[in-house]
Design a protein around this ligand. Structure first.
Ligand code: FAD
Length: 400
């Protein structure tokens, strides 16, 4: 291990891994550190007793990014040909079809671990297992502290530290661990909701349709995959806990009551896992020579499935900026410039997902009627539908 690197990346999730792949062919010296083994996560399975793992809907835009590095072809996935959006207890629904946009698919459902494993399969070297625990200013850049299972505490110097260490980023915290500088100022909105994740089967086959159903308690998504549907059911934290612990039959009945009869009866499910939900994002610039990307910069509610898609765009744009401006990575305005460059895309996604959660969970009947009218308008106005579909496929600031 060297004592000095151009770039240190903390985090080997999909976002950190994409950045490492994109910089892999450059002349930069790179240290990539991850606290977990690649490919972690249990496989969902009905009847195996295994807990379900988080399903990811990759957008068409993410596919194009991953294709550049040969990663997408390695990801076992199910194409989404139709997206069906509706609200429980209200009129209005909208349908989007891949055919309408002359695309092979609107998106692709894959397991989180499958995405990580595909990235690991394409990269020339695995990340070093360990944690980045702190950093401080040093004469020629930053001094970064590492905790390595085999070598204990180590210090390395770098020109640029990239935090891709996910939603639980210690460094982003407003009170980071002792000795660590903070990556920036975080804003947090606790939704008091959890996402319950499971693999479920229904009487009717999915026909490559993804369902997003808004209910007053939170959105419920059913995503098509090999084994039926990957479910992401967002609901009040107490209800999620109850649903996680109850028997399978009672759970399937509750799911049917919440989702409706569109797919017939729900007939089987795996064990459930729950994830607490909150919006967390950096509001002020990161420290000079430190850049946060992916969930370390913004952790979104999973409604609309945009968190990873946004993070992959962060990684891709950061790689392009680094490669264009190799000689000025350690200039204080490099990190501020990147933050400014990404702010429109990030702000648009944050406000869209936040508004979806709040407007569609609003109990007022008038608001419900307005939601129904909006869904109908989207369904009947081709331009509105095209804009929504483009936002889901490429991101809100795609300009397509
Ligand atoms: C239920 C659910 C469903 C979702 N569905 C979708 C979806 O359909 N579409 C979508 O786009 N997004 C979805 N998301 C969001 C998506 O999972 C995240 O946006 C994405 O995983 C973020 O990737 P990341 O690489 O930034 O962070 P992570 O995937 O969290 O990876 C962070 C990595 O950093 C490592 N790490 C942590 N601390 C350190 C440290 N100090 N030093 C070194 N390494 C460290 C961790 O071990 C981990 O390997 C969903 C999220 C949830 C909870």
């Amino acid at each position: 291990m060297d004592s000095s690197y151009d770039v240190v990346i903390a985090g080997g999730g999909p976002v950190g891994a994409l950045l490492a792949l994109a910089l892999g062919e450059s002349p930069l010296s790179l240290l990539h550190v991850d606290s977990a083994e690649a490919g972690t996560g249990t496989r969902a399975g009905i009847g195996t007793g295994a807990g379900a793992e988080r399903p990811i809907a990759l957008s068409h835009g993410s596919r194009l990014l991953l294709d550049r590095y040969g990663v997408f072809r390695r990801i076992h996935n199910t194409p989404i040909l139709t997206i069906h959006v509706s609200q429980r207890g209200g009129f209005g629904r909208t349908l989007m079809r891949a055919d309408d946009y002359a695309l092979p698919a609107l998106g692709y459902v894959a397991a989180y671990s499958a995405i990580r494993a595909a990235m690991a399969g394409e990269s020339k070297s695995a990340p070093l297992i360990g944690r980045v625990t702190a950093w401080s200013d040093a004469p020629a850049g930053l001094s970064v502290s590492l905790q390595l299972p085999d070598a204990g505490h180590r210090e390395v110097q770098t020109r640029l530290l990239v935090l891709a260490d996910g939603g639980a980023s210690e460094m982003r915290a407003s009170s980071p661990p002792k000795g660590a500088a903070s990556a920036g100022v975080s804003r947090i909105r606790d939704y008091a909701q959890s996402a319950l994740v499971a693999q479920v089967q229904a009487e009717k086959p999915h026909r490559n349709t993804a369902y997003e159903r808004f209910t007053p308690q939170g959105p419920l998504a059913l995503l098509p995959n090999d084994e039926g549907y990957a479910m992401v059911w967002c609901t009040r934290a107490e209800e999620a806990l109850e649903l996680r612990e109850m028997g399978d039959r009672a759970f399937l009945d509750r799911l049917g009551a919440r989702f409706g009869a569109r797919l017939g009866k729900f007939v089987a499910c795996s064990k459930r896992q729950s994830f607490p939900l909150a919006l967390r994002y950096l509001t002020a610039g990161t420290a000079p020579r430190v850049i946060a990307i992916g969930n370390a910069a913004q952790t979104l509610h999973p409604v609309g499935g945009q968190g990873m898609n946004l993070g992959l765009r962060d990684a891709w744009e950061l790689a392009a900026s680094i490669l264009k401006r190799l000689s000025v990575l350690d200039q204080p305005d490099f990190s501020a410039g990147f933050m400014a460059q990404r702010s429109a895309d990030r702000r648009a996604e944050i406000s869209l997902t936040d508004s979806l959660v709040r407007v569609f969970s609003h109990p007022d009947r008038l608001v419900g009627a307005a939601r129904g009218a909006a869904l109908m308008a989207i369904d009947t106005l081709p331009r509105a539908r095209r804009l929504l579909a483009a936002a889901m496929m490429y991101g809100l600031r795609s300009g397509r």
